[in-house]
Write a protein that binds this ligand. Structure first.
Ligand SMILES: Nc1ncnc2c1ncn2[C@@H]1O[C@H](COP(=O)(O)OP(=O)(O)O)[C@@H](O)[C@H]1O
Ligand SMILES: [Mg+2]
Length: 390
């Protein structure tokens, strides 16, 4: 096993810069995930590590060895793609063994490795089948098995679960995590799926437009995103973004005013009178009361038990700072454990609210919301950079 180090890696295709200033080091045995929207350069980075792509500039190390000019097959890495073609005329066992036989490994060792891999991926009962007699998920497990059997220094996975249906994707994701815990092989995993990134990674590298946006552990990425792109890409539903103007003591959100918490005022002084973007997650927005004509809480099944901000997680003496906004209910999505409400501000901006399981406001209802202002993010509306950092 080995660490993987990228130093200022850049890759240009004619006049397109696919990736630039890519610098990070995956410590030996860790599982890192590269995540970002389609076209942001994830596969280019992975293929560069594998040696299937040559960097235009920069240095790449596997272990302590500089591998810039080392061909793919001598790098001791194994890569699995989204569409990893198995040999159709070979059985599962032969497919897993093939790469080992090519390396002239003795047949006893080959047999041992095939059975160990088959056991850890639950493929034992399928060893004599041909690929076309397997489901998509089983085929992908064989592809993983073939890579694992090689016992590489580094494991590179490019969207390996994308072709699987939802249930299988969840199961295989959990298996992958378990497998990594058993084998401890340094892994770089590429996905556009933020759930995979959050659940699998020791560290997440968020990419956009060929550049690194942030490198952190999943929880830090979620609670302390470095910019608007990271804030809205990781987490479901995505963080709410509210265009606003900072007046000096409050935020003007299309004519509704949120008080600016005292402790933020000084750091926001440079943007008085300017347009900014406020960010707040759905779980930090609470329903305060319905505003329908003559409406009472009784009209809103489930709402009575809805936690209010002033009691949520705070003792009576340290009431949270809150701000209020009124929205019109556009969509109500019951999700079993919770209800996701999408409300519209008069400007048309939608605000996601995570409410209790039984809350069922109706389309067109006016809802008054309380925002936990201690959980507010402020971004530069042009660059998307965080203006205040925790
Ligand atoms: N062989 C190539 N020739 C020209 N442009 C390429 C080539 N490979 C990738 N690109 C460009 O580089 C960028 C990053 O691509 P890629 O790494 O495949 O992104 P991702 O895997 O994140 O979807 C894209 O704009 C893509 O069009
Ligand atoms: Mg890709």
């Amino acid at each position: 096993m080995a660490k993987v180090r990228l130093e200022s890696i850049e890759r240009r295709f004619q006049n397109v810069t696919a990736i630039e200033e890519i610098t990070f080091e995956v410590p030996d045995g860790e599982f890192w995930v590269l995540v970002g929207p389609s076209g942001c350069g994830k596969s280019t980075i992975l293929r560069t590590i594998a040696g299937l792509e040559t960097a235009t500039s920069g240095n790449l190390y596997i272990g302590s060895r500089l591998v810039n000019n080392i061909p793919a097959r001598q790098r001791d890495v194994a890569m699995v793609f989204q569409n990893y073609a198995l040999y159709p005329h070979m059985t599962v066992a032969q497919n897993i063994a093939f790469g080992l036989q090519m390396r002239k490994i003795d047949s006893k060792t080959v047999q041992q490795r095939v059975s160990t891999v088959a056991r850890s991926l639950s493929l034992e009962h399928l060893l004599d089948r041909k690929p076309k007699q397997l489901s998509g998920g089983q085929q992908q497990r064989v592809a993983l098995g073939r890579a694992i059997a090689r016992e590489p220094q580094v494991f590179l996975l490019d969207e390996p679960l994308s072709n699987l249906d939802a249930q299988l994707r969840d199961d295989t994701r959990a298996e992958l995590k378990q497998l990594h815990q058993q084998l401890g092989i340094t892994t770089v995993y590429v996905t556009h799926d933020q759930v995979e990134a959050m659940t699998l990674a020791d560290k997440i590298v968020v990419l956009n437009g060929g550049r690194i946006q942030q490198i952190d552990d999943p929880q830090t990425i979620y609670t302390n995103p470095s910019n608007r792109m990271v804030a809205t890409f990781l987490g479901s539903p995505p963080m709410n973004i509210l265009p606003a103007k900072f007046t000096g003591d409050s935020f003007d959100v299309g004519g509704q005013f949120l008080p600016c918490p005292e402790d933020l005022r000084e750091s926001l002084h440079p943007v008085v009178g300017q347009n900014i973007d406020l960010g707040i997650r759905a779980e930090d927005v609470y329903i305060s009361e319905p505003l329908r004509q003559g409406g009472t809480l009784d009209e809103f099944p489930g709402l009575k038990n809805q936690p209010h901000l002033s009691v949520q997680g705070a003792s009576r003496t340290e009431e949270r700072q809150k701000g209020e906004l009124v929205v019109e209910v556009k969509v109500v999505e019951p999700l079993g454990r919770e209800t996701l409400i999408r409300g519209s501000l008069p400007s048309g901006i939608l605000l996601n609210v995570q409410a209790g399981a039984g809350v069922r406001p109706r389309f067109g209802d006016q809802l008054s919301l309380e925002l936990d202002m201690d959980k507010l993010f402020v971004f530069d509306s042009k660059s998307g950079d965080r203006i205040i950092r925790n």
